[in-house]
Design a protein around this ligand. Structure first.
Ligand code: ATP
Ligand code: MN
Ligand code: MN
Length: 355
């Protein structure tokens, strides 16, 4: 029975979109372990079980303090038998034998190397360079240098420097367009694996022409190392999709940009720049807010927001729109607050979406 003076503990929601998850993680010892288990399962192709560990880790990240007693977990959502057992083992022994085993496993290390995000980009990068370059050897040498660079995290300072470059190019193409940083940096992260930007164009149709023009400008400035432009397949009448993994239909591009360094920190003589992964998305104005919400993430926050909309509110949400199945209407949104309000949710700030 509860201690008379104990405050009634406000229940933790099973939905990430009803939790405030800042970068201040009080349960890192548990969440790191659970994320290793999740990653290992992902590398083996077991997406379902992997998501269970990700959800458990995400829930723990939202707690205002470190777990002290195991009984505390009894009242917490998102914890399955496996996650509980791992938490128990770590509380008692300081580490989990299964996690240690994975970390020392040759297969995990190799898989992580060959399927990790940056190496994936590296292989795509090499393929593209070899196809387009006149000199195979210099393309491969360049590819190797990019691999080193893009495996390194991008700092907030580097993200700000890139914002100036992207803004300059965008405004040069269309003076009425604006650029905002999105993704992890909008959520307040100090480092990222890339830098994500969303472009707002006030005139209809501009979103389709702006990215090719920006890419052309980067090329002429000699700072474009790689580009993969995906033209818009957006259709205003299309209903939001159930499938979370589906890419959105906006005009977007995945780039590798040459960023000048402030000082020459690189040992190799003459290399005064580093390669950085940059994503740009240009949605049509009337769907800008949905695109901004979707690209701000985190991935798990958005996954739960969409699940909540569908299961608890009978509405379909994706990066393009929010659709009310009861009235068969699209719900317009000027601000992100509007979207949360449509869903009957308390507003969660970008820096509280680090689920
Ligand atoms: P990091 O700091 O490691 O880059 P991040 O949260 O910024 O972390 P990203 O992979 O850059 O992660 O993605 C940012 C957000 O944009 C995520 O919510 C993701 O779901 C969304 N996103 C990324 N690429 C696409 C895409 N092609 N289509 C739709 N949404 C995307
Ligand atoms: Mn990112
Ligand atoms: Mn990205």
């Amino acid at each position: 029975c509860a201690h008379p003076s104990a405050k009634p503990e406000s229940a933790v929601s099973p939905y990430a979109c009803q939790r405030r998850t800042t970068l201040d993680n009080h349960n890192k010892i548990f969440t790191d372990a659970l994320e290793v288990l999740a990653e290992n399962l992902e590398l083996c192709g077991n997406q379902g079980p992997s998501l269970a560990f990700r959800r458990a880790a995400s829930m723990l990240k939202s707690l205002p303090a470190a777990l002290r007693r195991l009984e505390e977990t009894q009242h917490l959502p998102c914890l399955g038998e496996h996650s509980r057992a791992i938490i128990e083992e770590i509380s008692e022994c300081g580490s989990s034998s299964r996690v240690e085993e994975i970390l020392n496993d040759e297969r995990y290390r190799t898989m992580k190397f060959s399927q990790g995000n940056s190496s994936h980009i590296f292989f795509r990068q090499c393929k593209s360079l070899v196809c387009h370059s006149i000199s195979y050897s210099s393309a491969l040498v360049a590819g190797f240098l990019f691999y080193e660079d893009i495996s390194k995290p991008v700092s907030r300072t580097e993200a700000s420097a890139l914002k100036i470059i992207v803004e300059e190019a965008v405004i040069c193409v269309n003076p009425s367009a604006t650029v905002s940083i999105t993704g992890g940096f909008r959520r307040g992260k100090e480092f990222g694996h890339d830098v994500d930007f969303i472009i707002k164009t006030p005139e209809a149709g501009q979103e389709d022409v702006i990215l090719p023009a920006v890419i052309k400008r980067f090329k002429s400035q000699n700072i474009l190392l790689y580009s993969d432009l995906q033209e818009s397949t957006f259709d205003l009448r299309k209903l939001p999709t159930h499938c979370f993994e589906a890419m959105d239909h906006f005009s977007k591009c995945f780039l590798i940009i040459k960023l000048k360094r402030e000082q020459e920190t690189d040992a190799r003589a003459g290399k005064d720049w580093r390669a950085v992964r940059v994503d740009l998305v240009a949605p049509p104005l009337e769907r800008f807010t949905y695109a901004l919400l979707g690209w701000t993430g985190s991935t798990l926050f958005l996954r739960d927001l969409r699940r909540f909309a569908r299961l608890e509110r009978g509405k379909l949400l994706d990066n393009h729109a929010l659709y009310d199945k009861a009235t068969n209407t699209f719900l317009p949104a000027k601000t992100e607050e509007d979207i949360f309000a449509h869903l009957g949710l308390e507003y969660i700030e970008p820096w509280q979406r680090n689920a």
